[in-house]
Design a protein around this ligand. Structure first.
Ligand code: C2O
Length: 550
């Protein structure tokens, strides 16, 4: 293993999409940002230098950061932001993980433009558990706003209303030919007849779960969230923000003189406004790999068929196909016994409109909020991890996060009259190595939506899921403890629940949140504090000397 050095200069750059030019925050002037490539076992050093007026942090989404929370990145959780003209070196070693992840800004809505692939190759000479692909191609989905995204979220938080929806979805930063004034900004995947390609799909969209398909081609899923899965073949893929999926694409043996569109558009069940448009890229056959003709739409033009916008049963069926390899080489280390059980409701709610303000929330006296067990998580003004490490948590956070809902109700039925949530910076404290089972119950308050929940610092096993209210007697006996999928992000179904298990073997403070930034901003987040173990290799070491100060 080696040490890989990267430099991230955070700077502004004028970028034009849909005939609109705006100045965006970028890494090294690139949109999407640069790829990080490393091997399992490597150490990665990224020197982030902030040249923009905004505060910045970067999160290495899905990297476990064992005993290394100082490099995790969520602002005010594990670190104070990197201020203008300051820098911080993220220093982490990749232990026991290989596959596709991504990195993104973890402050306000800056991840709308600050994101890029994080690719972990297996150790040298360690083969993939599937045939070696001819080429590997990252495909990263995003969203594009014609206006400044920081203005979108601050206006939404001020008015209490939902934020403006994006103007386009993108593939590798490009909206594609189905949007006005966008034909030249089309992603093209050039393939050679008969060859197999590994597509590394990443959903970096800000607020939308996506369906994806390539006309006349099927995809074989082989990995999710940097964990191998039992291969399965599908024509249509579903991916939530925060999830990554590796698929194999086999190019047809004959050279077809046609254009195959690849399309992605959202899955959406909630109320309110959303962008139901479609991003397109093209799959182009090339007989000679170095013939560099420009992207062209040839007829016949084949278009894949995507599910309906609210195709919840497709989503449930698709997500249930993911299974761990659970082989001797890649075992599924599912916690067999459970020491702590938690039941968390996840969903929307309201906060009262502040006295001196006019709100345009669900009613004009309320603004939108989102919560876990009716607690909308308030960000502190210092970082929780430092407060924890230096035992200075007193005025920063409390340890009384509700581990069951304050009042039970029919979570997926008629919502209660009082939709107000309470606010606070509350955490759950876990002893080192506690095995945790957590049931995440979606609610239908202000509309039933699915919530892609992301856990920092751990992978978890999805041992069960279902529609309606979780039944503590009938559902647990059906849990899959043999080969459940291991992930870092999972969509809690709309009008349903998911049960996950993880082992709290990583001391530190770890954020868990909905990976829709709109829900994250509204408070759908909480933090786990995992205490040190007794042995030296079970403790969180002191912070690096360049850790930013608030
Ligand atoms: Cu990908 Cu806390 O985020």
């Amino acid at each position: 293993s080696v040490t890989r050095h990267y430099k991230f200069d955070i700077k502004l750059k004028n970028v034009t999409r849909l005939c609109t030019t705006k100045s965006i925050v970028t890494v090294n002037g690139k949109f999407p940002g640069p790829r990080i490539i490393a091997r399992e076992g490597d150490r990665v050093l990224v020197n982030v230098v902030n040249h923009v007026p905004n505060n910045m942090t970067i999160h290495w989404h899905g990297i476990r950061q064992l005993q290394n929370g100082w490099a995790d990145g969520p602002s005010y959780i594990t670190q104070c932001p990197i201020q203008t003209n300051q820098s911080y070196v993220y220093n982490f070693t990749i232990i026991g993980q290989r596959g596709t992840l991504f990195w993104h800004a973890h402050i306000s809505w800056l991840r709308a433009t600050v994101y890029g692939p994080l690719i972990i190759l297996p150790k040298r000479h360690a083969p993939y558990p599937f045939p070696k692909p001819h080429k590997e191609v990252p495909i990263i989905f995003g969203e594009w706003w014609n206006v400044d995204t920081e203005a979108v979220i601050s206006q939404a938080l001020q008015t209490g209303n939902g934020p403006n929806v994006s103007n386009a979805y993108t593939i590798n930063g490009l909206p594609g030919p189905l949007y006005n004034c966008s034909k030249k900004d089309t992603f093209s995947l050039k393939v050679k007849p008969g060859k197999t390609y590994l597509l590394r799909l990443i959903n970096a969209a800000v607020n939308d779960e996506l369906f994806f398909s390539i006309a006349n081609h099927s995809l074989t899923v082989v990995e999710a969230d940097a964990v191998y899965v039992k291969p399965f073949t599908t024509n249509i893929l579903f991916i939530t923000p925060g999830q990554t999926t590796n698929v194999l694409l086999k190019a047809k043996p004959q050279y077809p003189n046609a254009t195959f569109l690849m399309l992605a558009r959202p899955y959406f069940t909630g109320r309110g406004t959303f962008d139901n448009s479609t991003v397109a890229g093209i799959l182009e056959y090339k007989e000679h790999s170095n013939s560099s003709s420009s992207t062209s739409l040839k007829s016949p033009l084949f278009r894949p068929i995507l599910p309906q916008i609210n195709a919840t049963s497709f989503v449930a069926n698709f997500t249930s196909k993911f299974r761990s390899l659970a082989s001797s080489k890649f075992p599924a280390n599912v916690p067999r016994t459970v020491e702590k059980r938690f039941f968390f409701t996840v969903g929307l709610g309201t906060n009262p409109c502040p006295k001196n303000q006019t709100c345009q929330g669900p009613t004009n006296t309320t603004k939108f909020a989102a919560s876990i067990n009716n607690n909308s998580f308030a960000l502190p003004s210092v970082a929780l991890l430092q407060s924890h490490f230096f035992a200075q948590s007193n005025s920063v956070y409390t340890t009384d996060f509700p581990t069951i809902p304050p009042k039970p109700f029919n979570y997926t039925g008629t919502p209660p009259n009082n939709t107000n949530v309470s606010n606070g910076t509350k955490v759950v404290v876990l002893k080192f190595n506690t095995s945790v089972e957590l049931v995440l119950q979606g609610t239908s308050i202000l509309g039933a939506e699915s919530h892609p929940l992301h856990l920092h610092g751990f992978n978890f096993f999805v041992v069960g899921q279902g529609f309606g209210n979780f039944d503590p007697n009938k559902d647990p006996p059906k849990f899959n403890l043999v080969d459940p999928v291991e992930r870092n992000t999972y969509g809690v179904p709309a009008r349903g629940w998911a049960a996950i298990r993880f082992l709290a073997d990583n001391p530190g403070v770890w954020l868990m949140h909905c990976h829709f930034d709109v829900h994250l901003s509204w408070g759908l987040r909480m933090a786990w504090v995992v205490q040190d173990g007794k042995l030296p290799n079970q403790k969180l070491p002191p912070p690096p000397s360049d850790l930013p100060k608030c």
